[in-house]
Design a protein around this ligand. Sequence first.
Ligand SMILES: [Zn+2]
Length: 305
Amino acid sequence: MERQDRIFDDYIPADEPIALYRELSEVEPSQNAILGFANRYGRLQGDSAQRIDVGEVPGAIPPVGYVYGEPLEDWVRVIEHMHEAVALWDMVRDGDHDALAEAIEWREGRVVYLGTARYRRWRDAGPLAILAAMGDPPEEQRIWKEAAESVMRFESDPLNQPYIRTGEFIRPAILRVLAVINSFLYDRNGPVLFWDQRANKVKRQDIPSNLEGFVWLQFAQALQHRTEPRRCQVCNRWFDVSSGSSRTDRLTCSNTCRTQAYRKRQGDAVRLKAEGKTASQIAKELGSDVKTVKGWLTPRKQKEN
Ligand SMILES: [Zn+2]
């Protein structure tokens, strides 16, 4: 049932460079964790959420017949694929052949995509449960083997490109990441034409149709622009730093967090001074310079209005 006391805040994800695709990939696939993410960032499907019939709710005025919602399994599917793709991409970035060799195999000159351990567990859980319920072990084994092989073929085919050299792992892994992203990106981000009044011409732009489209588009852009993921020192969320930009040394995700980090350092400086430390000792401890620390320790003049 919808809460009567809810408050809506406008939220534009792209206003902060939070790597929302990474945040989503780390959401535990449980009801509570997913609800936490949704309450912070919104529905994946946005306005196209499904109408879910809940019947009449006793005591509610007017009696509620339905709510708008999104099935848990849809969220879990997105999270599991995002986790898989981000994990593979990080193995590629780290050049981690050992980890990649657990997800990718070479058999008779062909790449076979086995999947990351967690993705495999999720992908196989449903079919295995259905087969277990059938209760006929030999038949079960045969059906499972066939189904598993056809999934493996389906997922491996796009990785077997003529330019892939036998025994390599990096490019097949990249191709799998692209296949996962593309399978979600395609119908959730329409290229849209619009009239740019300032430039006085027609522009073509990728527009996500909902939050889900946005996270996949953001991931796609991170790959395209080869951004470096970093965790914010203050709020611990992921943000992307584009390589080659002038702000590659940034440690916080946003101006809000930067200000907070700055205030914390100022507070630490004052506390350390009260403990009897000198400005140069404080500067050393906080990784700052003496002049800055002295500035922090000088009481500020009241602002004149
Ligand atoms: Zn932050």
